[in-house]
Ligand binder design. Structure first.
Ligand code: SF4
Length: 84
């Protein structure tokens, strides 16, 4: 797969993927998710990363500082906005 341009500047590029794709969102994994979100908070490509995750409906992992539940919420609100 061709590497997306913004991924070259990703703050998570050299980090352990397990941090961003924990097995669950509960228990010890919750602190991994929080750590991943902190990395995202300082990431220069947070916006394109989140846009990509929303466009491609990424169902797992932390993208652009959001977890899957937060992305579902954003998508629901976006869809509701389009309807109204
Ligand atoms: S926003 Fe987070 S998940 Fe996206 S590239 Fe940056 S560090 Fe990685």
């Amino acid at each position: 797969m061709m590497m997306l341009d913004w991924t070259r500047r990703a703050a998570c590029l050299d980090l352990d993927p397990e941090l961003f794709f924990p097995i669950s969102l509960e228990g010890p994994s919750q602190s991994q998710v929080e750590q991943a979100k902190q990395v995202c908070a300082g990431c220069p490509v947070r916006e394109p990363c989140l846009a990509y995750a929303l466009d491609t409906r990424q169902a797992y992992g932390v993208w652009g500082g959001t977890d899957p539940d937060q992305r579902r919420e954003l998508q629901t609100r976006h869809a509701a906005g389009l309807r109204s």
